[in-house]
Write a protein that binds this ligand. Sequence first.
Ligand code: C2E
Ligand code: MG
Ligand code: MG
Length: 591
Amino acid sequence: MAHSNSGREIERLATLYDYRILDSDFDQQFNNLTEIASAHFGMPIALVSLIDADRQWFKAMVGLDVRQTPRRIAFCSHTIANAGQVMVVEDAYGDPRFDANPLVTGAPHIRFYAGAPIVAEDGAALGTVCVIDRVPRQFTGADCAMLQRLAENARSLMELHRRNSLLREAARSDSLTGLLNRRGLEKAIEHVLAAALAGKTCGLLYLDLDRFKHINDTHGHDAGDQVLKEVARRLQSVVRQTDLVARIGGDEFVVLLAHPVDHGALGQVASRVLAVCGRPITIDGTVIEPGLSIGGALAPRDAVVADDLLREADRALYIAKRGGRGRVAIAGPRVVGPVDRAAARESELEQAIDRDELFLEWQSCHDLPSGRVLGYEALVRWRHPQAGVIAPVNFVPLAEACGLSGRLDAWVLFNACRQGATAPAGQRLSVNMSALSITSGLVVPMVRSALDRSGLDPRRLVLEITESAAIGNEDKALEHMRQLKALGIKLALDDFGTGYASLAYLQRYPIDLVKLDQKFVAGLATDPRAQRLTQGIIHLARLLDIAVIAEGIETTTQADLLRKNGCRMGQGYLWARPSVLPWVEPPPAGG
Ligand code: C2E
Ligand code: MG
Ligand code: MG
């Protein structure tokens, strides 16, 4: 069997990991390669598959919605054992190695497979470029040669990816200690915070050497550098390997605990760091005592955005120093007393997210002429233990007002992607995002991690944002929207026509779709002005290559009028009210 634990396999994996490519984002260059392969050979499925220890992971894929499968069942794990040869399976039904394979007997129903190994310079076969069909086929010698050339291209792209990653790492590390620098830390925090928002608490410690200036002044800068290096070494030895250590200023360090911690555990780690790093250091026979103080904070309890988390920990550090040096202080839990109903709701809402009292309903979006379902929009609801089901208008604004919108958005995004991955292939899934997540940039790592964890094809995901998302923060919003687009997802402008900046917005931001507000649709049959505005919007959107979805369509008259005015998509009670997993067939009555 291809899967072996021999020394060569370990070396192969080391080579693969050195490319830093597993679990990386989608990359247009790799996507192009699979698209070319699929088009050239006329095959519905084309993949760049990398064989990890126990899985195959797809750097790029056409025609598949999952991002990985167990290695055990991967055709490609046979290809990489095949000594540099293209492996062709003309009909899996007739091949005893594959005829009972779940990828053959079930989705994606492989019949034909051809894979060329991607071989690294040291000879290690890391994965394949492969094409797959659901019917038996033949593959000529010329086809094999072409596939092999694509695999060589994939190898070159992987080299490029490695070089870029190394450059990025260098730009993100501190040259004296080799730790992350501030920029590197900020990136790292974003990733860890995305996981924190999905329910895993994480912690951050902010350290400051107590009398570093004094050390520099009395022992010289070289001694100062030695102290910093030694503290860096000790820090790394005292935390887990997966935790991140950064030096973000002259004598300021940060430890990001990337594993779940609570208040108590964070305090314990801080005390251990204090004890180990505070021990005397001997430099050229001189004993130096590097006293330090530590402040700590927890996400998402104290903050959901990188800047805020650092600020909270820094504030705790200040408290530690005020209490006398050589101390630890952890930010205190926010006191939320049920002073009045709103405050009570606020703390209830925080718990609701943790306790899974939220749930999603989906409303279908339809092709206007034919009525065909094109996709679904996720709409959040809160099943309150006493008050019953609460509509989003009654708690989404509250979440925004009390700093919970990041956690709410993260919850919705994760769950929408997970559920959405079970919707029929090709259908688009829309998710509403609060303005704050867009301006803070939190949305970018959130989307990345939701896509990765759910395996949802980014091309199926649409984020719905409102015009207010950019108010007062245009450049930031634009930058984050571009980053989102680079992930391969689409952006929709929700409630279009209700805000003040609509038209300028369409020109400036990379919007793919606008959702024409219900207000226009409601006025359509009676109000000539609404009709003219609607026509204008549809016309303008078409010029800008932006699709229009009309919302809140309740009657066939409205649907007909919209269609006549050139609108191709619609959503509303005419077809369906929002419901739980509408694409799942209800069990037959009585069954
Ligand atoms: P929206 O994104 O514009 O969603 C459309 C709203 O119109 C939904 O209300 C939907 O149930 C309702 N609707 C759909 N078809 C019709 C129709 O034919 N007639 C009428 N009268 N109404 C229709 P819902 O679910 O109460 O959501 C209200 C708003 O709350 C949403 O407006 C959206 O802005 C916000 N929201 C909902 N879910 C989320 C979420 O997960 N995150 C965030 N940040 N906001 C959300
Ligand atoms: Mg919406
Ligand atoms: Mg809307």
